[in-house]
Write a protein of this length. Sequence first.
Length: 476
Amino acid sequence: MTEVVTRFAPSPTGYLHIGGARTALFNWLFARHSGGRFLLRIEDTDRVRSTDDAVSAIFDSLKWLELDWDGDAVSQFSRAARHAEIVEELLEKGHAYRCYASPEELAEMREQARARGTTRLYDGRWRDRDPSDAPVGIAPVIRFRAPLTGVTTIEDNVQGQVTVKNDALDDIVLLRADGSPTYMLAVVVDDHDMGVTHVIRGDEHLNNALRQVNLIEALGWQRPTYAHIPLIHGADGAKLSKRHGALGVEAYREMGYLPETLRNYLLRLGWGHGDDEIIDTAQAIAWFDLGGIGKSPSRLDFAKLDNLNGHYVREASVERLVVLLAPHLLRLLGRVLSPEEAQRLAAALPDLKERAKTLVELAENSSFYFCDGPPSPDEKAKKLLTADAGLLLARLHQHLLEVATWSNASLEAVLREFAAAEQIKLGQIAQPLRAALTGRAVSPGVFDVMRVLGREETLGRIKAAATTNNPVLGSQ
RNA sequence: GACCCCAUCGUCUAGCGGUUAGGACACGACCCUUUCAAGGUUGAGACACGGGUUCGAUUCCCGUUGGGGUCACCA
């Protein structure tokens, strides 16, 4: 029984998008589940489109998702010499040949193939031509001499048996005219050299696998096990675009999602384990298998993502949330929290985190704790702060002055007594009080807010609201 | 256009010849309740269509329709 080796092989032409993240996750989970290795290879053979920024963005995203890879990331470009060496071997054995067709000729062939309604594009004009016919001064590409007849079949762990007639498969280019290797060549060689046993990748490569398999056969190597996972679509079922959320992983981070949320969500998108929904990473490693991967494409659903994130936010520790919230609060308030404010945040978080879907929301919901002086009420809060409410708050203020211990229990007792004495329901005083303390109609429980705010700040905010909204003393 | 893949509630899915077709998100109602969440109870909601095979098809086969992918000296 050989060790399982999986790999994630993104091309560094942009950020790590959500589909790539899921591919990485599946590879990582399968390797960890099997006690094998998870490798990372950067497919940077396209020198024009590959950038260092993209490479570091991919690293950052994987690290944030906590998908650790084994060993150093391999640069495919750095292995060009090895790729060329394999092509030499292929040439010697007659599995490859030089092709001098010009771009114009190729375009013409493409047109003709299209008109004829065939899939095979290249007409093989240099396939068996005598090398002495080679035009001078033109650098050839090296093509693979693919079988013309028969069929190629792969046994895919997700899609099942897939067969295609060889006459639909082209003689793929192995080496470009400038001598650089193409992706088709590089993946095959690198996967082999890296000892990859399981190729788990997006469905868009299923057709490529058929071509690659023939190359592997020609080289006399062993095929890896394939698992082509269905693509992720937007909410409308169309191909994922920026509009839908084909965003980089770092965008999700900025939107306030937790890495464990993304892992859990992405896992369930296209993979199932009975009725289980909340699956932590340890459990995912224990359960993950290729057989559980669904065959049909799935759609991204932000409502479910939000719900899941709410779960993990509630589960997160206050200490961690304080740290995670820092950048969001900085953006919101335009400044960092003072040590006292950070303490207040920590005290408020147990109540706050129960009612937020994202870190962004959590930061917003906490902001009334950090305003300078009494909060300015929003529209709904203004409606609560009537003249009557102002009078009520003024009277409550008097009672609150006498509270000995500033705790939820004693505060609640005072409020209930007050409501009874005023012959009103608790809600009739609690709502204006909430508006006075938070400037909103929605917040954690008022007793919790008063406790976290502390006696002085609470009384100050009540007094301010009572004064502003007093029909006699009020400024308006 | 050719080739390949896919098809269960709006969405993610369970189901692997016989089920009142299950769960989750979202949606409605109710409960809880100082608001909002969370939680609890509950309601509505699906086997794309047409042929077979079979005693029996959501499940197996074929076709139709619909969706997706691939057809580069990109990956």
